[in-house]
Design a protein around this ligand. Structure first.
Ligand code: 13P
Length: 256
């Protein structure tokens, strides 16, 4: 995949939100109201809704993903879900290493790397989340943190290959998630350019075609300017993905 093939991706991370009735209605509205032609659209509902939503949006251009998976394929892991189970439920993608999982469940970058291998083995496209805390940003460590997270999460084990086709990176400054605050457009541009050039040291030619999403307080009002930044190939949207109108407006701002 070359940089010319980087079709924008707008993904909605519903987090722990959505019961059957409202979740299905929201997914249906997204499928019906999404601008066409447009970016690739992904909905990541809670695990309980993956299968129902995959069935509900079947035949539309909307794809469905999980929010996490376990590194093992099966076994004694109470409460966990394997990548294969997500595929079985109709998912094509999985979010890995979201800062809320790092925070709530103590996930580390090496954990993400193990999950990444499992996701790829099952045939899922993984969206690997990275991002700095406010303290790290204030200390001027943002780019170093991003490099360290990328290196520890992506460095392939054995013959496992990370490619532009099987992996997407989401840059989500932790302090921008759910706060209504975003970095300046310049800062987002610097971070994304850094991610792209650091990726080149890890995965060589695949770096040019890999999609880099921005996440953290993306709203209809700021989507156009964020998505216009070079090396921003889409968005990972939290709160605003819970309203079909807002999510579709963000998608409409992503030009191919
Ligand atoms: P918000 O869009 O609510 O800030 O959430 C971003 C996010 O964490 C997406 O994964």
């Amino acid at each position: 995949m070359s940089e010319h093939d980087r079709r924008p991706l707008v993904a909605g991370n519903w987090k722990m939100n959505g019961l059957q009735q409202d979740g299905l209605a929201l997914a249906r509205a997204v499928a019906n109201e999404m601008p066409k032609p447009g970016p690739e659209i992904l909905i990541c509902p809670p695990a309980t809704l993956v299968n129902a939503i995959a069935q509900c949006v079947e035949g539309s251009s909307v794809l469905v993903g999980g929010q996490d998976c376990h590194p093992a394929t099966s076994g004694a892991h109470t409460g966990d879900i394997s990548a294969e189970m997500l595929v079985d439920a109709g998912a094509t993608h999985v979010i890995l290493g979201h800062s809320e999982r790092r925070q709530d469940h103590g996930e580390t970058s090496p954990d993400i790397r193990a999950k990444l291998t499992a996701a790829h083995d099952a045939g899922l496209v993984a969206i690997v989340c990275i991002g700095e805390t406010l303290a790290e940003r204030d200390a001027g460590q943002t780019l170093d943190i991003l490099s360290a997270q990328l290196e520890a999460s992506l460095t392939p084990a054995g013959d496992h290959r990370v490619t532009a086709g099987n992996t997407v990176i989401a840059y989500e400054p932790i302090w921008a998630i759910g706060t209504g605050r975003t970095p300046s457009l310049d800062d987002v541009g610097v971070a994304h350019a850094h991610i792209r050039s650091f990726l080149a040291t890890l995965i060589a030619a695949e770096a040019g075609g890999m999609r880099l999403l921005y996440g953290g307080s993306v709203k209809p009002g700021n989507a156009e300017e964020l998505l216009a930044i070079a090396d921003v190939d889409g968005a990972l949207v939290g709160g605003a993905s819970l309203q079909a109108e807002d999510f579709c407006a963000i998608a409409a701002a992503a030009h191919s």
